[in-house]
Write a protein that binds this ligand. Structure first.
Ligand SMILES: *Cc1c(COP(=O)(O)O)cnc(C)c1O
Length: 252
């Protein structure tokens, strides 16, 4: 088959979803712009990350073709199954889900950033694999801002110490914080969590006076239900899945 008819077949099969993604993206961009302006920020300083778990690669590539430049996958295995088919040119692919040390080798070299670092052990593994490959992997430290049991992320009071320790490692570059506030809380409570994490982000940034080799450049917070509020409360990167791609279908 000629390439153009293959493309026509793909867009035929997905045309409904492609259209939805286009419409959703317009409204997300509008809301991001509005939230930024309302809080005296430049909309261009806010990164929109498409969260692509369960989303078929054709639909992801469509979003990327519309100018979404960042995408985040949760699971190493899912990322790897999609990786070769992604339109990766000029795009930023991050891992945003919990990473087990024994999976580090399968992901370092493929992603520009790992947003879910919460221990010295996993940071050391990422650093040494990166060194082996002669690259530097950017990382964010994930903070368990709600201090929830059974949730990944480091406790807020331990974040600074972890950052100081791991920022000494060659092979990684610590660039900020990521947080997922507890699900199902009232928006007012979510906002309190956003404020807490923002304060931590600023605090750690301001302690960076002794040539510590980290930067507090990214604060990754806010998802479909609350990204506008997250922007008003200091987020630099919102991670949006459902609002962009529709409800996830985990059964496939
Ligand atoms: C799934 C997921 C998101 C996106 O969630 P939505 O509510 O669908 O926007 C963001 N961040 C992480 C870490 C996720 O796992």
């Amino acid at each position: 088959m000629e390439k153009s008819s293959v493309d026509a077949d793909i867009s035929g099969a997905f045309s409904g979803r492609f259209h939805d993604v286009e419409e959703n993206l317009k409204s997300i961009r509008f809301s991001i712009g509005e939230a930024a302006i309302q809080s005296g920020r430049n909309p261009d300083d806010i990164i929109l990350m498409a969260v692509t778990k369960t989303v078929p690669v054709e639909v992801i590539n469509h979003a990327l073709s519309l100018g979404v430049d960042y995408m985040g996958e949760n699971r190493v295995q899912e990322l790897n199954s999609k990786y070769e088919s992604l339109s990766r040119e000029g795009k930023h692919i991050h891992l945003i889900g919990h990473l087990q040390t024994n999976k580090v080798k399968q992901v370092v070299g493929k992603v520009e950033m790992i947003q879910s670092v919460d221990s010295t052990r996993v940071a050391r593994a990422i650093a040494s694999r990166s060194e082996e490959l002669g690259i530097v992997t950017n990382v964010l430290v994930e903070v368990n801002i709600g201090k929830e049991e059974n949730k990944s992320g480091i406790l807020p009071e331990s974040a600074y110490e972890l950052i100081c320790e791991i920022s000494e490692f060659d092979g990684i570059n610590v660039q900020g914080l990521m947080a997922i506030p507890p699900a199902d809380c009232e928006i007012a409570q979510t906002i309190r969590y956003f404020d807490e994490i923002y304060k931590l982000f600023i605090d750690i940034g301001s302690k960076n006076t002794h040539n510590n080799s980290y930067t507090m450049k990214h604060l990754s917070m806010g998802m479909s239900a609350d990204y506008a509020e997250a922007i008003k409360h200091g987020s630099t990167m919102v991670r949006v899945g459902t609002a962009l791609f529709g409800r996830r279908n985990y059964s496939k």
